[in-house]
Design a protein. Structure first.
Length: 794
């Protein structure tokens, strides 16, 4: 239970090589003190083959290490069937993994900071929705820089390059940005910046054809004002974060639950590059943040470049932050190393989070560009460019940059430098032509009008763009039954409700807008697409956030909650019934719809009379069998029911036979994990993948984590839903850890109303059942419906 994680080594001959650059999180790292067992772990090794074997070394919270016997690989014809993804996909996504976040930010003087903040335009949602309703392209960028997008790139992205280039307009956050447009529309150029949220690192700019001249980058001159006193440096903060380990068991609010390497009694070294340090400045500082892990006091010795600086202390699973003042001479210009060592005993274990180094930086370009500022009435030389083709922009007002003309460029020590005369303090960006950046993405903007209050829909289907055909097929199925259905591309939700930026908040804001502003508010929402706890692909399993969920904090852990996407008053109860098809391909959407259609063809004639299964766990901390008996009592006495307890002889065989007989509803009450009920010997993913019940069942699971659809492998609920020749038409289960007493209160209402037959759709049954919980916010939030909320149950 105290397993921190694993290191995996590949052995070929006499060579032993670490496969995983960071610790693979074990149960304790994932969920800390939660009493959960039976976790499965995986890692992809691109370099492995049948001639190698593997050694797994586990690390416990007491600092002990254990190694297993050699594990020899074997060939499988279909890796997707075993691992959930193909080797090609895993190779591509592991190469995309980017667990190291590096940002720089200028520390502006107060007067200049005030000017920048006072002039910064507010994001304009009204203008953004007007922009989103027009054809154009969306340009994604990941970091600060000066960008150029060619005419050919724009055309490939779907932009009308033959439209008058004078009318080309660029927007960010609903605010027009100044751009350069090349002769005959040969390209556009603009200054831009990335973004750093828990959901994405990609900022989105919209290019459209307006009805009037677009905003252009102007020109200015910088004449000497105030003498020739030189400023040799400016203040900057370099921020470095590691995001190699996900720990859902750390309860820390809206802060993301990704951290860096494990800090124990063996020193860990964090590399950090600090370019162009000005050693003429006496003092610097750094802010260090570390996340406590074990439930003990923490004392961590901090050294920089092997010079002991001090200690950072804290207790338990709390975040610890401290500023250290240091002589600038402690720094290196270039490569630096931070050493962290826990000295509070073998159980003193924490996780590295972030370091921010605040220092004076010389006006020295890196890779032929520099973001900087000049103070009031001081001149400066910006050095280190490899050619004289240098442009300097005043970006004090970043949506309206101007290029400074007439500056002196001269050779300097084999490179070139540009002279900036003294004048008012300004924020600037200098770039040599070779350092002009290319966009990370250029995609069409498909016009949308989701914010039109005249839109009417009882059911809103929000789908990932690749499965819009299948989503429309689902809509047509419901329309044929007289339901108003709106099919929405999730990209359009981002475009209108988060300025094009990927965000789960956009889905919530859209649903709330529709609920509050449309004459007929929606009653149901179906999400078509998988989600993940790792939307930025920090760990390389794939950014499978096709339709994101909302990450929420519960008593025991952070988890995904679709309920929260439609919970507009933050009481844990959705105002709209929500369901999801957690898919990564179109075939699963078609399968799920076919299951719904087949189920509903017989629901009017058979329905609940097909019977029910009430499976239960051993009485470990709760009378689960007794709870099953009480739930069965909520159904009419004439409904055929089978009671199965894990302790019975041949319980697994009996359970599988009864499920395969095609019962209407299957309920489990007991302990569980993402992929099992009680124990793998009772029922789990392997069993779900073999089911042959042509008469499909609704599965309700009063246990922990069976609905955890945000992981890198399928949960039990997902496996049941995706089973082609049987399994579930829908399942209702938890993504979190909750207590059985609260679960039973909710389930009692559910089965009572199911038996009464007054509520005809599954989403309404679930919504009604959750209203009985006055103090069960975690149960409300974590129970998700994987399936169609409009599924007819009578």
């Amino acid at each position: 239970m105290g397993n921190l994680g694993f290191y995996v080594y590949r052995v070929v001959g006499d060579s032993k090589e670490l496969v995983s650059s960071s610790l693979i999180p074990g149960r304790y790292l994932q969920m800390r003190d939660a009493q959960i067992s039976g976790q499965k772990y995986s890692i992809f090794d691109e370099k492995g083959d049948l001639n190698s074997y593997y050694i797994i070394e586990s690390l416990n919270i007491n600092g002990e290490k254990q190694s297993n016997n050699p594990i020899f690989p074997k060939y499988v014809g279909d890796l997707t069937a075993v691992a959930g993804s193909s080797s090609e996909f895993l190779k591509i996504e592991s190469e995309k993994a980017n667990p190291f976040v590096l940002r720089s930010e200028n520390i502006l003087p107060k007067n200049l900071q005030s000017e920048v903040e006072d002039s910064r335009p507010q994001a304009d949602a009204t203008t953004q929705r007007r922009v989103a309703a027009q054809p154009g392209v969306k340009i994604g960028i990941k970091k600060e820089g000066f960008y150029r997008v060619s005419r050919a790139e724009l055309q490939t992205g779907g932009f009308d390059v033959n439209a008058p280039s004078a009318f080309w307009q660029l927007y960010k956050d609903g605010v027009e940005q100044a751009i350069n447009v090349g002769t005959n529309g040969g390209y556009i150029e603009f200054y831009g910046n990335g973004i750093d949220t828990r959901d994405t690192d990609t900022q989105i700019y919209f290019l459209i054809v307006g009805t009037q001249n677009g905003k252009r980058i102007g020109t200015t001159f910088r004449r000497t004002l105030g003498g020739r006193v030189l400023s040799g440096s400016f203040n900057q903060t370099i921020t470095y974060k590691e995001r190699t380990i996900y720990s859902s068991g750390i309860v820390n609010g809206e802060t993301e639950n990704f951290f860096g390497r494990v800090i124990g009694n063996t020193t860990v070294t964090i590399p950090l590059n600090l370019p162009a340090v000005d050693f003429g400045t006496a003092n610097s500082s750094f802010d260090l943040t570390v996340q406590g892990l074990t439930s003990t006091p923490h004392q961590i010795k901090v050294a920089l470049n092997n010079v002991e600086i001090g200690f950072i202390t804290g207790n338990g699973a709390a975040s610890m932050s401290q500023r250290f003042e240091i002589p600038t001479s402690t720094l290196n210009s270039g490569a630096n190393s931070l050493q962290l060592t826990a000295v509070g005993g073998t159980s003193d274990i924490s996780l590295f989070d972030t370091i921010k180094v605040n220092y004076a930086k010389r006006y020295q370009a890196q890779q032929n560009q520099l973001s900087f500022y000049v103070p009031n009435y001081k001149a400066s030389y910006v050095e280190g460019f490899t050619s004289p083709n240098i442009r300097v922009f005043d970006i004090t007002y970043p949506d309206s940059p101007t290029v400074i003309n007439g500056l002196t460029v001269e050779p300097n020590n084999g490179n070139y430098r540009v002279y900036l005369p003294s004048n008012r303090g300004r924020v600037m960006f200098a770039v040599e032509d070779s350092a002009i950046l290319s966009a990370a993405s250029i995609t069409p903007n498909m016009p949308s009008t989701l914010s039109n209050t005249a839109n009417i829909a009882n059911l809103i289907i929000i789908s990932y763009q690749n499965w819009m055909t299948e989503a429309n097929g689902w809509a047509n199925y419901r329309r044929a039954q007289g339901m108003n259905v709106e099919v929405v591309n999730v990209e359009d939700v981002y475009d209108e409700f988060s300025f094009g930026v990927f965000s789960s908040y956009a889905i919530r804001d859209f649903l709330q807008y529709a609920y509050n502003n449309r004459q007929t508010p929606p009653s149901y929402v179906l999400l078509i697409g998988d989600a993940t706890y790792d939307p930025r692909n920090y760990v390389g399993n794939g950014a499978l956030n096709f339709v994101p969920t909302k990450m929420v904090e519960t008593v025991y852990l952070e988890t995904g909650s679709d309920e929260a996407l439609a919970d507009f008053n933050d009481d844990g109860l959705a105002e709209i019934a929500v369901g999801r098809i957690p898919t990564q391909n179109a075939q699963t959407v078609t399968l799920a719809l076919n299951k719904v259609s087949a189920f509903e063809q017989t629901v009017g004639t058979q329905g609940l009379t097909r019977g029910a299964i009430f499976a239960s766990d051993l009485p470990d901390g709760y009378d689960f069998e007794g709870a099953s008996v009480r739930l069965r009592a909520q159904l009419p006495s004439n409904i055929p029911s089978v009671m199965i307890n894990r302790g019975q002889t041949n319980a697994r065989t009996l359970l599988l036979n009864e499920i395969n007989s095609g019962k209407f509803i299957v309920n489990y009450t007991g302990h569980g994990n993402t992929n099992v009920w009680g124990s793998p010997s009772f029922f789990g993913n392997a069993d779900a993948a073999t089911l042959t019940n042509s008469n499909l069942s609704i599965f309700t699971m009063l246990t922990c984590l069976n609905g955890y659809f945000i992981g890198s492998t399928d949960s039990l609920s997902e496996t049941l839903l995706k089973r082609q020749n049987g399994g579930a038409v829908a399942d209702w289960s938890s993504t979190g850890l909750t207590t059985p007493d609260i679960q039973e209160i909710m389930a009692t209402r559910f089965f009572n109303q199911l038996g009464a037959g007054n509520i005809t759709r599954l989403g309404d049954l679930i919504k009604d059942a959750k209203t009985t919980l006055n103090s069960g916010r975690d149960v409300r939030l974590s129970w998700v419906l994987l399936g169609d909320p409009t599924l007819k149950v009578k």
